[in-house]
Design a protein around this ligand. Structure first.
Ligand SMILES: [Zn+2]
Ligand SMILES: [Zn+2]
Ligand SMILES: [Zn+2]
Ligand SMILES: [Zn+2]
Ligand SMILES: [Zn+2]
Length: 462
């Protein structure tokens, strides 16, 4: 019971808002574009990488550097044995080979304080600088991969050049001139240059043709073969009894080093910390930002955050009684206003077809929602009731920016009791307009917005 309560409070699946694209989402998973006045789900926004950073040292890494370093942090490593972060440890040593040297030397190695794995275990030499110039593991097939990268880059370049060539084809330009009656005698200069260009391209002499043969000569194309190494099934299924389990790497450890996939723990190598990205979201329809984080990697704040949770009244079910077919009951729901403006909400019935699983009756009134006020003391505010003059038949309670109301529901079928309602409310859009009176004149625009909301009350008892 307890472990099902938390997701129910934080992310209820019983109340789903319908996105413009038709997908159903909880209010915490959708965005509200205040320019289009529409809900946008994750599929209706374009995702852009804003910045890259290391989650361990919280360093911001420009995307060009990140690309060069293969999206890895240069200074942070993960333990290849337990995936914990490795720490650099310093010790003072006296060089035993060189007796003339009396100065003790400070050296560094990597150690995991969780499982005690250290870079000395696999024979990585100690480093003399703390930042460590840790030797990088040579990736098998690195040469082949680089060659492939180069070739595809070249092909892409060639395609781009071809495309550009096609766009300004001299032949079609001459035809076009002819079509509009511009004869060579009228524009001798233009025609001459076009003809010269045409001669050049027809002789097959162009920039891309000149470059490609020399640069692609040493590229080996892949050849298909039917000679493959036989798979040693015994290594997987008939392991010997005396196999040292402590020295065999686990599946997780192997997948951490996907390039080498060592089957022995002595071949485990420190794993560079992968970089994380901060990403921003953009409305696909109007191109405005719906979410933009701050660049600073240690900041969890947003420059722009248009999550629907902060702009759209949140509808929740207060409690669900036992559902029985044909038995009408009053369903208590709550509405919460997340904005600092007073809102006016109406709920209406949207059930259209006969295959609805419930008949509903919604209150025919405009519900005024008090603005959200973080400083208000909820216990002192007892005069809300009188202020709004509520009908107790429809409104069950009022507390700050929240109110409860009733919907009459009558389940009609067995199975899930599900119905659709509409919610209409006003939305106050504060746009900063630069007018003649002042540079920053705040002007509020009020518009009316309608949402479709699906309510799922769960299974009906027989
Ligand atoms: Zn927009
Ligand atoms: Zn938009
Ligand atoms: Zn959508
Ligand atoms: Zn780092
Ligand atoms: Zn470890």
């Amino acid at each position: 019971m307890n472990n099902s309560l938390i997701p129910e409070v934080l992310e209820s699946k019983r109340v789903a808002y319908e996105c413009t694209c038709g997908s159903l989402q909880s209010i915490h998973r959708i965005y509200f574009c205040r320019h289009c006045h529409q809900l946008r789900c994750r599929d209706c926004v374009s995702h852009e990488v804003d910045s890259q950073y290391c989650q361990h040292c919280l360093e911001y890494i420009p995307s060009i550097d990140a690309k060069l370093k293969k999206n890895k942090c240069a200074s942070c490593f993960q333990c290849p044995s337990c995936m914990h972060t490795l720490t650099t440890r310093a010790i003072i040593t006296q060089s035993p080979t060189d007796s003339t040297q009396t100065q003790p030397k400070k050296v560094f190695f990597l150690i995991c304080y969780y499982c005690r794995w250290s870079s000395r275990d696999i024979g990585i030499p100690d480093q003399t600088v703390a930042s460590g110039n840790w030797p990088e593991l040579e990736t098998p097939n690195a040469k082949r991969l680089d060659a492939l990268f180069d070739r595809y880059r070249l092909l892409a370049q060639r395609e781009k050049l071809d495309k550009e060539k096609k766009r300004i084809s001299p032949r079609s330009a001459i035809i076009l001139l002819d079509k509009y009656g511009i004869t060579p005698s009228l524009s001798p200069k233009v025609t001459a240059t076009l003809r010269a260009k045409m001669a050049k391209s027809s002789s097959g002499f162009s920039l891309s043709d000149l470059k490609s043969p020399t640069e692609m000569n040493d590229f080996e194309t892949s050849v298909a073969t039917d000679q493959i190494e036989a798979l040693d099934i015994n290594a997987y299924y008939n392991t010997p009894q005396d196999m040292a389990l402590g020295e065999t790497s686990t599946l997780n450890q192997r997948l951490m080093q996907v390039e080498t996939q060592p089957d022995h723990t002595s071949s485990l190598y420190p794993v560079s910390q992968m970089l994380l990205v901060k990403h921003s979201l953009r409305c696909k329809t109007c191109d405005h930002n719906l979410s933009k984080p701050e660049y600073n990697p240690s900041s969890i704040k947003f420059k722009i955050q248009l999550s629907a949770y902060y702009h759209i009244p949140e509808l929740r079910i207060k409690s669900i009684p036992t559902l029985k077919i044909g038995q009408e009951f009053r369903l208590e729901m709550t509405l919460q206003n997340p904005t600092p403006y007073a809102l006016h909400v109406t709920i209406f019935d949207l059930s259209e077809s006969s295959d609805e699983s419930a008949a509903i009756k919604v209150p025919q009134l405009v519900m005024g929602l008090a603005p959200k006020d973080d400083t208000a003391d909820l216990d002192i505010d007892k005069n809300f009731q009188s202020q709004f003059n509520d009908d107790n038949n429809f409104i069950s309670f009022r507390k700050g920016n929240k109110l409860g109301f009733y919907i009459n529901v009558c389940p009609l079928k067995t199975g899930e009791c599900r119905f659709r309602i509409g919610m209409k409310h006003d939305f106050v859009n504060t746009v900063i307009q630069s007018t003649r009176e002042g540079p920053n004149d705040r002007q509020s625009q009020i518009s009316w917005i309608t949402h479709k909301i699906w309510i799922n009350l769960g299974d009906v008892c027989d």
